[in-house]
Design a binder for this molecule. Structure first.
Ligand code: AHR
Length: 648
C-alpha cells in the first residue's frame, strides 16, 4: 500500500512538473543576426608545461643545459657497475653563442660491459611506446683521445630493460651533429624510463644539445605530440591566440617573448625564462605556432609584445617604443610577407616559403595592470604603424568592457577589445542571462580572450588552488556551458572566444594554474568535462543566431541554424539536480523531421575525468524522437545538451 502511494505521488509530481514545464521559445522565422564563424578558438601560452613537457614533443628536459646556471638539472650520473663518471656544466666549451653552456662527461673507469655515463629523466619520464621510432639528435665533441663509440638508449628506471639503443662514433675535438634512430619492440607503454648516454671506455665528451623526439603529428620535425594534437583538432578551433597571456609580456622587458630569438634551427635558440617559474627552450617558436595553426586549419591570432612586462616595467610611448613597434611589424612580415620581403625570405629559409594568412593582431596582454597609464598611447603608436602598412588587419586592445571605462583606449577606436573572465560557477550562472546585452552593437567587436568557470570557493590564483585537481569537474562545466550559450546568443558582437588555460601537465610541480582544459602526463592525456562541453558547442554551430525567449527556469540556452542545410542547433544547460522538463517551441519553421539527435553530457557536480578515469564523463549521442515545432524535452539533472533538429 505504502509503495502504491509513493508511486502515485511520483506520478502526480511528474505530471504537474510537465504541466508547468518552462517553455524554450526559438524564433526561427527571423534570424537575430549572423553567428560568428570564428567564435570557437584556442588560447595558449607556456604555462603548466604546456609546450615543454606538453604539446612540443621534445622528450629531453634541459636539452641545452641552460635551465640552471650551476647544476645540470634533470641530468644525473649513471653509476651502474661502480663505473666512475662525472658531469659538470661548462661555459668555456660552448657550441655557439646561443647554446652557451655544455655538459662535460668524463668517464674514468668505463669498460666494455661496464659503461659509464649520464641519464636524463625527461619531462616526468620518457614515454616508451611499442614499435616506435625515436629520433635522437646530439651535438658533441670529445677530447683528442676519444672518438667513440657513444651509446644512446632508452632504459627502464630500474635499469633492467633496455627498450631501444644505438651507437655512434666519429667524435672529434670539433663540434659535430650526430643523429640516431632508436626503435622499440613489443613493449608495454610506460613512462617509468629515462634516456641515457654511455661510454664503454674512458674519455671526455662535451654535449651542446641532446634532443629526443618520438613520432610527431604529421611527422613534422621539431613537431607536436600526436595525442594532444588530435584532441585540439577535435575541438574544431577557428583560431589560435598565441603566445599569451603573460608569456608574451615576460616578467621583465628582457624576458618577453622575443620572437626573433625563437626562429631558425633549434641549435640557434637560447631559450628564456618564462614568467611561470621555469625556463622555456623556445623549441616552440614563432614558426612552430604558425604550423600548429596550419595543422589545425585555424587562423593565428597573434599577440605582439607592446611595451609592458609583468613586474610593472613599461616602455615609454614615443621613440623608446619604436624598436618594439618595428619588431611587431617585422613579425607580421615574417608571417604574411612574400619571399621578396626581408622577413618573408627569412621564413622561407626556415622552411616555409608560403605566407600564412593573418587577420588579427592583439597589442599586448591585460594592459590594465600597467599602473603608468601608458596603454592608450602605446596602443595608438602600434595601431598607427601597423595600420599604415597593413590596413586590413584587425587590431585588438587588451582592455575590454570588463575593465573600468577610464582604463580603456580612448584616443582611437580599436577594432576589437579583449575581455577576460575567470569567474565562479555561481557568478557565471548569474551574469550569463544578460551578458553583453547592453553592449554597443556598433563596436568595437569583442574577443573574450580568456575565460573559465572555477568550481572552488576561491579563485585560480589563490594558494589553495594547489590542492585541487588540475582540471575542472562537472560543476565547472555547467558554469562554462551557460557562458558559452551567452556568447553564442551574442555572437553577432562576440566574434571570438577561447577558454584558458588550455593545457596542463598533471605531474606534481608541473602546474601553476587551475582549472585547465586538457590534462596529461608523459604517456597519456584526457579531456575535462569542460573540454567536452566546448567540443559539443564548437562542432555544432549554425551561421544564423535564432533569438530565444528567456526561460522561467534556471536552464539557459542558445539557438543557431545552418542557413544552407536548415539544421537547428539548440544548446541547453541545466544546473539543477532535478530533471527539468522543457516545452520547446520552434516558431517560424514549416516542419521539422521527427527524428533528431541529442548529445548529452551529464553527471554529478563533483564528477570529473582524470588520467586514471579519462572517460568518466563524456558526451553521449542518442536519437531524439517525436520532434515537432512544439515538443517536450526532459533535461537530465546537471546536464549540458545539444539538440540537433532537421528542418524538412
Ligand atoms: O591564463 C592564465 C593567465 O591569466 C594569463 O597568462 C594571463 O593573461 C591571465 O592573467
Amino acid at each position: 500500500m505504502k509503495k502504491l502511494i509513493t508511486f502515485l505521488i511520483c506520478i502526480v509530481v511528474a505530471v504537474s512538473r510537465l504541466a508547468t514545464a518552462a517553455t524554450f521559445t526559438v524564433d526561427a522565422g527571423h534570424p537575430a543576426g549572423k553567428a560568428s564563424p570564428t567564435l570557437y578558438g584556442l588560447m595558449t601560452e607556456e604555462i603548466n608545461h604546456s609546450y615543454d613537457g606538453g604539446l612540443y614533443a621534445e622528450l629531453i628536459q634541459n636539452r641545452a643545459f641552460l635551465d640552471n646556471a650551476t647544476t645540470p638539472v634533470h641530468w644525473s650520473v649513471l653509476d651502474d657497475n661502480g663505473s666512475a663518471a662525472t658531469i659538470t656544466l661548462d661555459t668555456t666549451n660552448s657550441f655557439n653563442d646561443k647554446l652557451t653552456m655544455s655538459l662535460r662527461l668524463t668517464a674514468t673507469k668505463a669498460a666494455k660491459g661496464q659503461p659509464a655515463g649520464v641519464a636524463n629523466s625527461g619531462y616526468w619520464g620518457i614515454p616508451v611506446q611499442p614499435n616506435t621510432r625515436y629520433r635522437a639528435t646530439i651535438l658533441a665533441r670529445a677530447d683528442a683521445s676519444f672518438s667513440g663509440p657513444v651509446t644512446v638508449s632508452i632504459v627502464s628506471d630500474d635499469g633492467q630493460t633496455i627498450y631501444a639503443s644505438q651507437k655512434f662514433s666519429g667524435l672529434t675535438a670539433n663540434w659535430k651533429k650526430f643523429e640516431a634512430t632508436l626503435k622499440t619492440g613489443k613493449v608495454t607503454p610506460t613512462a617509468a624510463a629515462h634516456f641515457q648516454i654511455t661510454l664503454d671506455q674512458p674519455g671526455t665528451v662535451w654535449f651542446g644539445l641532446v634532443s629526443l623526439f618520438p613520432p610527431t603529428w604529421n611527422n613534422q620535425p621539431n613537431g607536436f605530440r600526436k595525442d594532444l594534437m588530435q584532441m585540439l583538432v577535435d575541438l574544431n578551433p577557428k583560431f589560435l591566440r598565441f603566445p599569451g597571456g603573460n608569456y608574451v609580456e615576460g616578467d621583465t622587458i628582457e624576458t618577453r617573448f622575443d620572437w626573433k630569438k625563437t626562429i631558425g634551427p633549434i641549435e640557434d635558440r637560447h631559450g628564456h625564462p618564462c614568467p611561470w617559474g621555469y625556463r622555456s627552450s623556445d623549441g616552440m617558436g614563432l614558426l612552430e605556432f604558425l604550423k600548429w595553426c596550419e595543422d589545425m586549419k585555424a587562423e593565428p591570432l597573434l599577440a605582439v609584445y607592446a611595451g609592458y612586462s609583468l613586474k610593472g616595467m613599461h616602455v615609454n610611448p614615443g621613440p623608446d617604443l619604436e624598436p618594439f613597434v618595428q619588431d611587431a611589424l617585422d613579425e607580421i612580415e615574417y608571417i604574411t610577407g612574400d619571399t621578396n620581403t626581408r622577413w618573408g625570405a627569412e621564413r622561407a629559409k626556415d622552411g616555409h616559403p608560403a605566407p600564412f594568412t593573418l587577420h588579427y593582431v592583439e597589442i599586448g596582454n591585460e594592459d590594465w595592470f600597467d599602473k603608468s597609464g601608458s596603454y592608450d598611447a602605446r596602443f595608438t603608436q602600434f595601431f598607427d604603424a601597423i595600420k599604415a602598412k597593413y590596413p586590413r588587419l584587425k587590431l585588438i586592445s587588451t582592455i575590454g568592457n570588463d575593465q573600468p571605462e577610464n582604463k580603456r583606449v580612448h584616443s582611437l577606436k580599436p577594432d576589437m577589445t579583449d575581455e577576460h573572465y575567470y569567474r565562479s560557477v555561481d557568478t557565471f550562472l548569474q551574469m550569463s542571462p544578460a551578458y553583453a546585452q547592453k553592449y554597443d552593437r556598433s563596436g568595437p567587436e569583442i574577443f573574450v580572450g580568456e575565460w573559465a568557470a572555477y568550481e572552488t570557493s576561491f579563485p585560480p590564483w589563490d594558494r589553495q588552488s594547489k590542492n585541487e585537481p588540475p582540471t575542472p569537474n562537472m560543476k565547472a562545466a555547467i558554469g562554462d556551458g551557460v557562458f558559452l550559450a551567452a556568447m553564442e546568443r551574442n555572437s553577432d558582437l562576440i566574434k571570438m572566444q577561447c577558454y584558458a588555460p588550455l593545457l596542463v601537465n598533471v605531474n606534481p610541480g608541473a602546474r601553476q594554474w587551475r582549472p585547465d582544459l586538457i590534462g596529461y602526463d608523459a604517456i597519456s592525456a584526457y579531456g575535462s568535462p569542460s573540454y567536452y562541453a566546448i567540443r559539443m558547442f564548437s562542432r555544432n554551430l549554425g551561421d544564423e543566431i535564432l533569438s530565444t525567449a528567456p526561460l522561467e527556469t534556471s536552464v539557459q540556452g542558445s539557438a543557431t541554424r545552418d542557413s544552407q542545410t536548415g539544421e537547428i542547433f539548440l544548446k541547453l544547460v541545466n544546473p539543477e539536480a532535478t530533471t527539468e522538463p522543457l516545452k520547446i517551441e520552434i516558431n517560424g519553421v514549416a516542419s521539422l523531421a521527427s527524428k533528431g539527435n541529442a548529445i548529452t553530457l551529464n553527471g554529478n557536480l563533483e564528477d570529473s575525468n582524470s588520467l586514471d578515469h579519462p572517460r568518466n564523463l563524456v558526451p553521449v549521442t542518442t536519437t531524439l524522437r517525436g520532434v515537432k515545432p512544439s515538443f517536450t524535452y526532459k533535461m537530465p539533472p546537471h546536464s549540458i545538451v545539444v539538440l540537433k533538429l532537421k528542418t524538412r
